[in-house]
Ligand binder design. Structure first.
Ligand SMILES: Nc1nc2c(c(=O)[nH]1)N[C@H]1C(S)=C(S)[C@@H](COP(=O)(O)O)O[C@H]1N2
Ligand SMILES: [Mo]
Length: 302
């Protein structure tokens, strides 16, 4: 693919502002403005500098329940995951279904860097410089058939390598899903690296989804299967508690979790006295993605 975004640039030689400006101009087809806009009263940042979180924080404070439910469990335990000879089955409503070697997917994709906000539904956040490719490119590579409307994702389930799956915290394997237009959106990526290094096991090696305008649990890790379908696929957290976790799970400061506010968040890594900051509508990406949800009641489609 052509270098549409910041793929030739490294974090060291581009300011996040420049990268975001470039991206926004391409998507919007117009010059980007500065300052704040609003949707339904909630502020969102149009353009601002994003300072990436420390590598240490990004890779030592994780959620990956297959390796335990504590924030430091994944970093402590995920070394047992064998990522050699990884394959991803791409099946369902595609022209070229198959069991693809991770290396072959990588050869066909353009790896670029993108610095995205990351917002967990638990109300902590980070800024992560991902390396990876657009999910759309991988789906086009497999050939999406016209009847497909959703994409289902599945994480590896390997009891011998994943100490956490002994516990029935979730109905394993971890599964997630997107509407096809969300999956094809140019912001949606498959991450294979962080800070220019291969993605660590605890962050979802060798490839995981990143959907920056949705709560973190949508960004499913260590993917082994991607299925194009015409039915809304089941998702792990929705199955576990459908009242608290919906299919869409767009970051929305105006729709609280039944047990806590989503209006603000705690940036991870700033030490004990870090101030909470306001949560942005669609995590700051409303200008790019809000039209995907035009006419939908976001309090019902949470
Ligand atoms: N397979 C799998 N994917 C997962 C999870 C998980 O437990 N298992 N946790 C999710 C949640 S709740 C979050 S916040 C992010 C955390 O990603 P990070 O550890 O890279 O920050 O991964 C998501 N993807
Ligand atoms: Mo999360």
């Amino acid at each position: 693919m052509a270098n549409r975004w910041t793929n030739t640039l490294k974090e060291s030689d581009v300011t996040p502002e420049a990268a975001f400006l470039n991206r926004r101009q391409i998507i919007a087809g117009a010059a980007a403005g500065l300052g704040l806009g609003s949707i339904g009263g909630a502020a969102f940042a149009k353009t601002e500098a994003l300072t990436p979180s420390d590598y240490e924080d990004i890779t030592q404070y994780n959620n990956f329940y297959e390796f335990g439910t504590g924030k430091t469990d994944p970093a402590a335990n995920a070394h047992t995951l064998v990522t050699n000879n990884w394959t991803v089955k791409i099946d369902g409503m595609v022209d070229k279904p198959g069991e693809y070697a991770f290396e072959d997917i990588m050869k066909a994709m353009t790896i670029e860097e993108r610095i995205y906000r990351f917002r967990c539904v638990e109300a902590w956040s980070m800024v992560i410089p991902w390396n990876g490719f657009e999910l759309a490119d991988m789906l086009n590579f497999a050939g999406v058939q016209s009847g497909a409307r959703y994409v289902a994702f599945e994480t590896a389930l390997r009891p011998d390598e994943m100490p956490g799956v002994r516990f029935p915290v979730l109905d394993w394997p971890y599964v997630e899903g997107l509407r096809l237009d969300e999956a094809m959106h140019p912001l949606t990526m498959m991450a294979t690296g962080i800070y220019g290094k291969d993605i660590p096991n605890q962050n979802g090696a060798p490839l995981r989804l990143v959907v920056p305008w949705k709560y973190g649990f949508k960004s499913i890790k260590s993917i082994v299967r991607v299925t194009l379908t015409d039915q809304e696929p089941p998702t792990s957290w929705n199955k576990a508690n459908g009242r608290e976790y919906g299919f869409y799970s767009n970051v929305n400061p105006e729709v609280d979790h039944p047990r806590w506010s989503q209006a603000s968040e705690r940036p991870v890594g700033g030490g004990l006295f870090t101030k909470r900051v306001p949560t942005l509508m669609m995590n700051g990406y409303a200008e790019e993605v809000a039209d995907l949800y035009a006419g939908m009641d976001l309090t019902k489609n949470y």
